[in-house]
Design a protein around this ligand. Structure first.
Ligand SMILES: NC(=O)c1ccc[n+]([C@@H]2O[C@H](COP(=O)([O-])OP(=O)(O)OC[C@H]3O[C@@H](n4cnc5c(N)ncnc54)[C@H](O)[C@@H]3O)[C@@H](O)[C@H]2O)c1
Length: 253
């Protein structure tokens, strides 16, 4: 089955950070032209430079996925530069500081929803017309194991990731006959800056990480990237509307 992306144009949001950067580089290794986007300019530029060092054509576009104007301009810049958009990985997301639901303030709730839910919605809203115009495409949205089960002290985050799965399934149904496949990935704990921030808040959880996952360890960004590439590839051409766990068995318990 074809897992190459030669001549395909791929867009990765939050591509400057852990899972996004690993995915952008995996796409680059698989032959794709890669557009890395992030609100962190230095991290995004660095990831695009790494993709170029792997021999890929790569572009960095600064965009905050929470801002409609940024997202519209992001898609327009990618299409102006590369001529099309074949695969999107809407990965950018944030977490709240660990707190119980009743202690979460309104601004925090709105910020989590703004990036994790509205951000994914805005990205699809602007990617889908381009994919329709060119006859198809693939979208992978970043959910989480916390989008399938509750997450203590991360209720806003968990709600936002459940919502991403709702957006994903609805879009998959709406656009299936138009040649656009839409899936989500649901990672367990993955070794990134986001996980480091969480463990800094609750250091006692560090030891629990391995135990919580039946495979006996936490995951690596490259292991999520592998699933993103599969879902974006022709090998998964009959797969749409899937919330795909990459969680070492975490949600099977
Ligand atoms: N690390 C985990 O354990 C884990 C598990 C499940 C799901 N996830 C999800 O994976 C995604 C990536 O997480 P990560 O662990 O790589 O995080 P990270 O913090 O290491 O990287 C996230 C990247 O997204 C960028 N970003 C954040 N908000 C943005 C915005 N509004 N617009 C544009 N870019 C923005 C950041 O600048 C950063 O480069 C997130 O959606 C996260 O919720 C992570």
């Amino acid at each position: 089955m074809d897992m190459r992306f030669d001549n395909k144009v791929v867009l990765v949001t939050g591509g400057g950070g852990g899972i996004g950067r690993a995915s952008a580089l995996a796409f680059a290794r698989a032959g794709a032209k890669v557009a890395v986007t992030d609100r962190d300019l230095a991290a995004g530029e660095e990831a695009a430079a790494q993709a170029r060092a792997l021999g890929a054509e790569a572009l960095f576009v600064a965009a905050d996925v929470m801002r409609a104007a940024d997202v519209q301009s992001m898609v327009a810049q990618v299409v102006a530069h590369f001529g099309r958009l074949d695969c999107a990985f809407n990965n950018a997301g944030i977490e709240e500081e660990h707190m119980r639901l009743a202690d979460c303030d309104e601004a925090t709730f709105d910020r989590i929803m703004g990036v994790n839910v509205k951000g994914v919605w805005l990205c699809m809203k602007h990617q889908i017309p381009q994919m329709l115009a060119q006859g198809g495409g693939t979208i992978v949205n970043m959910a989480s194991a916390a989008g399938l089960v509750g997450a203590p002290k991360m209720s806003a985050y968990s709600a936002s990731k459940h919502a991403v799965i709702g957006l994903t399934k609805s879009a998959a149904v709406e656009y299936g006959r138009k040649g656009i496949r839409v899936n989500a990935v649901c990672p367990g704990w993955i070794r990134t800056a986001m996980l480091e921030r969480a463990l800094a808040l609750e250091p006692q959880l560090a030891a629990a990480g391995a135990t919580l996952h039946p495979i006996g360890r936490i995951g690596e960004p490259e292991e999520v990237a592998a699933a993103v590439l599969w879902l974006s590839s022709d090998a998964a051409r009959f797969v749409t509307g899937l919330a795909h766990t990459i969680d070492g068995g975490l949600t099977s318990m």
